[in-house]
Design a protein around this ligand. Structure first.
Ligand SMILES: *Cc1c(COP(=O)(O)O)cnc(C)c1O
Length: 404
């Protein structure tokens, strides 16, 4: 993704040409970036020989899942729908883990029938439900238990999941009680301790704290886990000033703390695999003068990209066609939806824009399309995958007749 003669390109394709053919807003992914992210991830954690399960909730596009599968990744799913998609993408059942606090009996039964690698349970009630189902099917089911390590991930509070006030996982006391209970279970084989402390984590310190807690609790449990599932959460750079999480340092810490337990490591990365692979291309509908700023009203809204409205997340916006003329007034980039939170970014010094200009909203590959909705009865955008010169429509734009 770069400018060539001041025009924005994804790989060898001029974004302007895509919009002529497919209109706006559109999600465009770069295959090269996806491949690079997976290679970097694998390389940095190579010494741990981990099972890497892509967190499908970050991006559930079937074609992308198929590409990810080709690199040998498994899947971390959180619903029957995601599990079905992972299977449809051809991901082996023995590379699928199922997370989430509220799996229904129907979902558990389906996962058990498919014999996936692990169901990562998050409560005593869920474990008892798994046991009932397993007993009725006369099967032994492999599970993990998710620990709530009570560690602050130092991320946005809306995407923190590992503190004791968060709904996720089990606190030390209950975790240890359940390990003890499961030692005598005839229908459940406890294989894994799982943790996931949050998302968009940029500092190594929360992970290091979490590892210490995991180490301590494994010792205390006096149980031989076959797997430790460390979840995902690796942060990426949404802003040039901020660096990605240091993988190397994390890998060293994992090796140091968990080596003695001699278990297999699982990761569940979502954002770090797919986040920076995509842009959302949008057209300026109107520019409206406000009291001390100008509103740039885009044809993409919070239904297309919800992260700013949902978490206050910031995605950088850049012009499609670079010029050297700048505005004096602040621009506020907003969508057309009837909500005040339907705003993307405030930019102090931006290239002067005109109505009908195109803009690029950056790094929308993770929790972009997967969080999109039909709010205001708006149609979900198309998704396009670029491989060199090749243009692949991996999801067609919704049509009104799909909805009504
Ligand atoms: C969301 C989630 C992930 C992925 O998180 P990223 O920040 O996208 O890497 C992994 N594991 C679990 C249990 C999750 O809920």
């Amino acid at each position: 993704m770069k400018y060539i003669k001041k025009k924005f390109f994804i790989e060898n394709v001029k974004v302007r040409n895509l919009t002529k053919k497919f209109s706006t807003p559109i999600y465009c992914y770069s295959y090269k970036k996806l491949k690079k992210n997976i290679m970097i991830f694998k390389k940095n954690f190579k010494n741990l020989n981990p099972l890497i399960c892509f967190a499908v909730k970050a991006n559930a596009n079937l074609k992308l899942l198929k590409e990810i599968k080709k690199f040998g990744l498994g899947a971390d799913v959180v619903s029957l729908g995601e599990l079905t998609k992972a299977l449809k993408a051809g991901i082996q059942t023995k590379k699928i883990v199922f997370s989430g606090v509220g799996k229904t009996s129907e979902e558990l039964r389906f996962a058990i029938d498919k014999k996936i690698l692990l169901i990562n349970a998050e409560s005593k009630s869920e474990i008892l439900e798994i046991e009932r189902i397993a007993k009725s099917k006369r099967e032994i089911v492999n599970i993990g238990i998710r620990l709530n390590p009570n560690t602050d991930a130092k991320t946005l509070k809306q995407i923190s999941t590992g503190k004791k006030q968060d709904k996720f996982g089990l606190t030390e006391k209950y975790f240890l009680e359940l390990v003890k209970y499961l030692k005598n279970s005839k229908f459940i084989k406890l294989k894994c301790l799982s943790v996931h402390i949050g998302s968009q984590i940029l500092s190594n310190q929360p992970y290091e704290k979490m590892l210490k807690v995991v180490d301590r609790i494994i010792k205390k449990s006096n149980y031989k886990f076959e797997f430790i599932d460390l979840g995902g959460g690796m942060g990426i750079s949404y802003d040039k000033k901020i660096k990605n999480l240091n993988y190397k340092k994390y890998a060293v810490a994992i090796k140091k703390v968990l080596k003695k337990h001699n278990t297999k490591i699982i990761f569940e990365p979502g954002r770090s695999i797919i986040g920076n692979t995509a842009i959302l291309v949008s057209k300026v509908i109107y520019i409206k003068h406000g009291s001390n700023k100008n509103f740039v009203i885009l044809d993409a809204g919070m239904n297309d990209l919800m992260r700013p409205a949902l978490y206050g997340a910031e995605h950088q916006i850049i012009p499609e066609n670079k010029k050297n003329v700048f505005t004096k007034k602040t621009y506020e980039f907003v969508g057309p939806i009837c909500e005040s939170t339907d705003r993307f970014l405030t930019a102090k010094k931006f290239q002067k824009l005109n109505e009908k200009d195109l803009v690029i909203i950056s790094d929308v590959g993770a929790y972009g399309m997967s969080l999109s909705s039909n709010y205001n009865v708006r149609l979900k955008p198309a998704e396009i995958l670029i491989k060199g010169y090749k243009i692949n429509v991996i999801k067609k734009r919704q049509r009104l007749k799909d909805l009504i």
